[in-house]
Design a protein around this ligand. Structure first.
Ligand code: ADP
Ligand code: XUL
Length: 543
């Protein structure tokens, strides 16, 4: 029996998935998840984020992620019932872009972790900065502009690094830290991503950043897969020596440190480089060849596709990241995902069943009513100053607002992913909200494509376990093709297909224009969309 473990440190929670691979027997044998707010209340986070007075700033405590990792490893060792001795390798997935700032003492502290004491007390002194800016941060517009200017404009930056400058990306965040706290920056010896930080804790040494997550920094030369000197120079002084090495996602970083073997009885399993949640999810949704796309409805909503060659978004909203397969991943990310659905649900006093009911009992197209759910700063389209907008929508009408938030999210994903040039006939849906078939029905209707649910809802975590499997074999000289790696694990679950309804599809072709006009209007770039809404109402009047 051979076991692989995947971990996923997301915005709100930590998840573990263990898989068994034994000849043709391939199955998930353990899954466990806990939320940071509930399990580690002493850190005072809300939905995984520290309380903030400025909505544009978003940080989280890296000590909390470390303590969560320690707790999860204890659960895996003591409560899962897994035969630990069969564990061959561990890989991980983490929320992308967030950065952790460590002092020169970190190296020695990581190497000397003592199994007799809890992890978090032993790493208390290694942080050059207490908090970690995360992907929800939108406070670095000035730094984005300075970096863009230094690199010859947004297109040049996108060609070099895969994306134009984004507020949440690590480079602009590093620049802001170096500007605002030069002493803290001077104390910083190593800047990790959330992914490489957690891999370092497992391996007891500084782990590299993989090409998948490295592409989310505005610092990596995407084609050359090395640090881009010009980007480093435009970001902060003396940056290269502060960054970990870059490495392919399949790199074996080391083996589990004596802390984990001594404290919990783990074998010295291989620790594989961690990656971002989206690159990991690409594997965990089985998108390992061109054609299909996946939509992840997690804290953020993301849509991603696999590509052999990079393709850049001329409108500047999308990204190209590295795929764990060594290929590319095109992606768009909407910040107002689950938290926006949660907010509308709570505002109207509904549980998830009530939310689904509201979707069941309202008409596709919502009579042309549009809600732009930009409760937080939005990434796609770029909305730096938050604020929701309603067009033809009564804010007190619960069911209509429920439909409006979901329709707007799906229309935004469809509209802004057009540049990827993928002919979508099937969508693999994942993330916490993918269990909701009413939401998936709207997705199917907007994209005019079949939508499938997957057996394992946390595809990022499953993807990490599958990456561990692939890397273990690759490090022994056996390179299994990726579709064989994912076979039997990351495939649509039987009987889950959600088919588009032709009448709804026709409505959404029309509503897409209305939605686009509302976006343009709300962004101050276009005229009043209300006549378009009136036209939609006329065409699709209730019989
Ligand atoms: P992340 O991994 O980004 O932390 P998840 O993928 O675990 O997030 O998704 C968590 C979210 O799933 C919750 O915030 C909640 O909004 C959403 N969720 C849970 N159950 C349902 C449901 N039945 N319908 C829609 N959304 C749901
Ligand atoms: C992707 C992005 C989010 C985070 C959190 O660019 O910012 O999807 O990875 O899930």
């Amino acid at each position: 029996m051979t076991i692989y473990l995947g971990l996923d440190s997301s915005t709100q929670s930590l998840t573990a998935v263990a898989i068994e691979v034994n000849g043709t027997r391939r199955q998930v044998i353990f899954q466990h998840s806990f939320a940071f707010d509930a399990e580690l209340p002493q850190y005072g986070t809300r939905s995984g984020v520290l309380p903030r007075s400025d909505r544009r700033v978003a940080t989280a405590p890296p000590r909390m992620w470390a303590e969560a990792l320690d707790r999860m490893m204890r659960i895996v060792a003591r409560e899962s019932g897994l035969p630990l001795g069969s564990l061959r390798a561990i890989a991980g997935s983490a929320q992308q872009h967030g950065s952790v700032y460590l002092t020169a003492g970190a190296q020695a502290a990581l190497a000397a972790l003592d199994p007799a004491y809890p992890l978090v007390g032993q790493i208390a002194g290694i942080f050059a900065r207490d908090d970690a800016p995360i992907w929800m941060d939108a406070s670095t517009t000035a730094q984005c502009e300075a970096i863009t200017l230094a690199l010859g404009g947004p297109e040049a930056l996108a060609r070099l690094t895969g994306s134009r400058a984004f507020e949440r990306f690590t480079g602009p965040q590093i620049r802001k830290f170096a500007e605002r706290d030069p002493a803290g920056y001077a104390r910083t010896d190593r800047i990790h991503l959330v992914s490489s930080f957690l891999a370092s804790l497992l391996a007891g040494r500084h782990a590299p950043i993989d090409h998948g997550d490295g592409a989310g920094m505005n610092l990596m030369d995407l084609a050359g897969r090395r640090w881009a000197a010009a980007a480093l120079h435009a970001t902060a002084p003396d940056l290269e020596r502060r960054l970990p090495a870059l490495a392919p996602s399949e790199t074996v970083v080391g083996t589990l440190a004596p802390y984990w073997t001594g404290r919990y009885g783990f074998p010295p399993a291989k620790v594989v480089a961690w990656s971002g949640d989206n690159p990991s999810s690409l594997i965990g949704t089985g998108i390992v060849r061109e054609g299909r796309i996946a939509v992840s409805l997690g804290t953020s909503d993301t849509l991603f596709a696999f590509r052999r060659e990079p393709r850049f978004d001329p409108s500047g909203t999308g990204h190209v990241f590295g795929a764990p397969t060594g290929d590319y991943l095109t992606l768009i990310c909407c910040q107002n995902g689950s938290l926006a659905r949660d907010r509308v649900r709570r505002e109207h006093g509904l549980d998830w069943e009530g939310f689904s009911n509201a979707l069941r009992h309202t008409p596709a197209g919502n009579g042309g009513a549009i809600l732009l759910p930009w409760f937080e700063p939005e990434i796609t389209p770029r909305v730096p100053v938050p604020g929701a907008h309603r067009y033809g929508l009564d804010p007190t009408n619960g069911p209509a607002n429920v439909r409006a938030v979901v329709e707007a999210q799906m229309l935004a994903l469809a509209l802004h992913s057009h540049w990827m040039g993928v002919r979508v006939d099937a969508i693999h849906a994942t993330g916490g909200a993918a269990r909701n078939r009413e939401i998936l029905q709207v997705m199917a209707d907007v994209f005019a494509a079949d939508v499938y649910q997957l057996d394992v809802a946390n595809s990022a975590c499953l993807g990490a376990a599958l990456r561990a499997y692939h890397a273990d074999l690759a490090s022994d000289g056996r390179r299994l093709p990726w579709d064989e790696v994912v076979a039997g694990f990351a495939e649509p679950a039987a009987g889950t297909r959600v088919r588009p309804v032709p009448d709804h599809v026709a409505r959404y072709v029309d509503l897409r224009m209305v939605y686009a006009a509302c976006e343009t209007h709300a962004l101050g770039r276009g005229g009043d969309p209300l006549p378009l809404i009136a036209g939609f109402r006329q065409r699709f009047a209730a019989p």
